[in-house]
Design a protein. Sequence first.
Length: 118
Amino acid sequence: VQLVVESGGGLVQPGGSLRLSCVASETIFTLNAVGWYRQAPGKERELVAAISPAGTTNYADSVKGRFTIARVNSKNTVYLQMNNLKPEDTAVYYCNAQFKGMGVRYYWGQGTQVTVSS
């Protein structure tokens, strides 16, 4: 069973925007700490942005000023708003999440493809 589900990927031109969503597959699970990662072909998976349960955020240097991670607790959703996208942002984006009351383990989603190309 996939506990974490991502959506929102797609094909976009350079300079464009996309918004990714990360949700729990079952409403009984509440997202806690969440990170967005990405993996490009031939490269290691890297942390893009993370948000704590209290809303504290941090970003990879390569996306600062362009990407924003945010949580809407009423929707049990964490978003990654990506603006001014560049070809080098092309990758599969993964959500990695903890759930309240389920200890310190993080769970991966299946990933969503983001392609930035003209």
